[in-house]
Design a protein around this ligand. Structure first.
Ligand code: NZQ
Ligand code: ZN
Length: 390
């Protein structure tokens, strides 16, 4: 285990009555609230009304920034920052998933930064403080409700960049699993894949002697695998939704990072896909993660992949060699993604090889020349991973 510092400051309110805590949070922070949300699901499923009732109860003044798109765009962030400055907003409340939350994170940071907000994403600037940020989660997936990441796309050149910063942690997050009942099967599936990917990125580490975090991740992964078929078959199963909702927050809240170095190549390779082709992040990961596993298996990855296969996906150790066990684990993971209704190849989603060199160069370039902590990839190696995904 390597040295680490751990702090996660996000206050979680979880459960059927979690929204009752919102007025108290407004008392704590501010009643000048900017509400940030997406394309309208919250208006159709009643979450918007729940939020507005609580805001009214607290006598808050509310401004609205609607229309956040999946793979959220920089221009809306700039609009939000302008509203915060003009109206002296004291709390930004994101209602939705990773896209609404990441937009809100960019706004609360950008509002406290003198330069252009994109500089923060390029690593060319920094802010010491941010406005308070509240979250009402409607899709367990990105884990942004408890993470220090925010991912934004600049429209001009379709550049999708993540920023990790302490000031990105939400101040509080309201997680009511009932709010996820209306998720369409596709979004539920994409969320499950993303949650698992956040755990798997951390699981595949070259750091030795990390049994506690290995087993925490394995337990959380098994929980997601067990509950996934239940929510796919019965979207309003509270108990299964609750397991997946809490797993989604824990997957990415940095606890599972402690004492180890994760990989993150699959995520960075996927970000290029969702930037250029606008596919859902989870759908892209269902394609890139198995391809990455196939690439690293013969390059030092067999032992850890076999451990994953045995402990998470129930592959019998007696099956054969370490490599055979590892390969069977990858097959089972792909079969699991298919069972969720997702594709596991680029061809199935209509993506060809034409932009592979460009995507590989940009993903590895943004990582500083080598991508990934488990098996560091050069641009040429990253191209091979994309080709394995075809
Ligand atoms: O826009 P609306 O109408 O609200 O519809 C959304 C959207 O179309 C819909 N939806 C959400 N909750 C719903 C619902 N539909 C019905 N009922 C509900 N309860 O679902 C669609 C997807 O929403 P989005 O917020 O885009 O999903 P997700 O949470 O997967 O976020 C994806 C974004 O997060 C980034 C991804 O790259 C992507 O841009 N990520 C953010 C991370 C972070 N900040 O820590 C880490 C991740 O690895 C990821 O990169
Ligand atoms: Zn992700």
């Amino acid at each position: 285990m390597i040295d680490f510092s751990f702090q996660n400051p996000t206050r979680i309110h979880f459960g059927r009555n979690a929204m009752d805590k919102l007025p108290l949070e407004l008392e704590r922070y501010s009643k000048r609230v900017l509400l940030v949300y997406g394309g309208g699901s919250i208006k159709r499923n009643g979450v918007y009304d729940d939020v507005m009732n609580k805001l009214k109860q607290a006598q808050a003044q509310v401004w609205e920034l609607a229309g956040v798109q999946p793979n959220p765009r920089l221009s809306l962030v700039r609009e939000g920052i302008a509203i915060c400055r003009k109206e002296a907003i004291g709390l930004v409340l994101a209602v939705g998933g990773g896209s609404a939350i990441d937009t809100a994170k960019a706004i609360v940071n950008g509002a406290c930064y003198d330069g252009d907000v994109w500089e923060l994403y390029e690593g060319k600037g920094n802010n010491e403080t941010a406005l308070p940020l509240g979250v009402v989660l409607t899709i367990p997936a990105a884990g942004s409700e408890m993470s220090r990441s925010s991912v934004i796309t600049r429209e001009e050149d379709l550049c999708k960049r993540g920023r990790n910063a302490y000031t990105n942690f939400p101040t509080f997050s309201i997680l009511n699993p009932e709010y996820t009942f209306t998720l369409p099967p596709y979004q539920t599936a994409c969320g499950i894949v993303d949650i698992m990917a956040h755990m798997m990125e951390r699981y595949f580490t070259m750091v030795e002697n990390v049994e506690l975090t290995d087993r925490l991740i394995e337990g959380a992964l098994v929980t997601v695998v067990n509950n996934a078929p239940i929510v796919m078959a019965k979207p309003d199963d509270y108990d299964a939704r609750a397991e997946i909702t809490w797993a989604g927050a824990l997957a990415h809240n940095t606890l599972l990072d402690t004492g180890r170095i994760g990989d993150w190549a699959s995520h960075k390779l996927e970000h290029e896909l969702s930037a250029l082709y606008d596919i859902a992040h989870g759908a892209g990961l269902a394609i890139m993660f198995p391809a990455w596993m196939k690439y690293v298996l013969p390059r030092g990855g067999a032992k850890k992949l076999a451990q994953f296969a045995i402990r998470v996906l129930g592959v019998p150790e007696s099956l054969g060699s370490t490599e055979a066990v590892a390969a069977e684990g990858i097959c089972r993971l792909e079969a699991f993604y298919h069972s969720l209704g997702l594709a596991t190849t680029l061809t199935e989603v209509g993506i060809d090889e034409s932009r592979i060199p460009e995507m590989a160069a940009r993903a590895v370039g943004m990582a500083g020349g080598r991508l990934g902590g488990f098996v560091p990839l050069s641009p040429e190696m990253a191209e091979e991973v994309y080709r394995l995904a075809l």
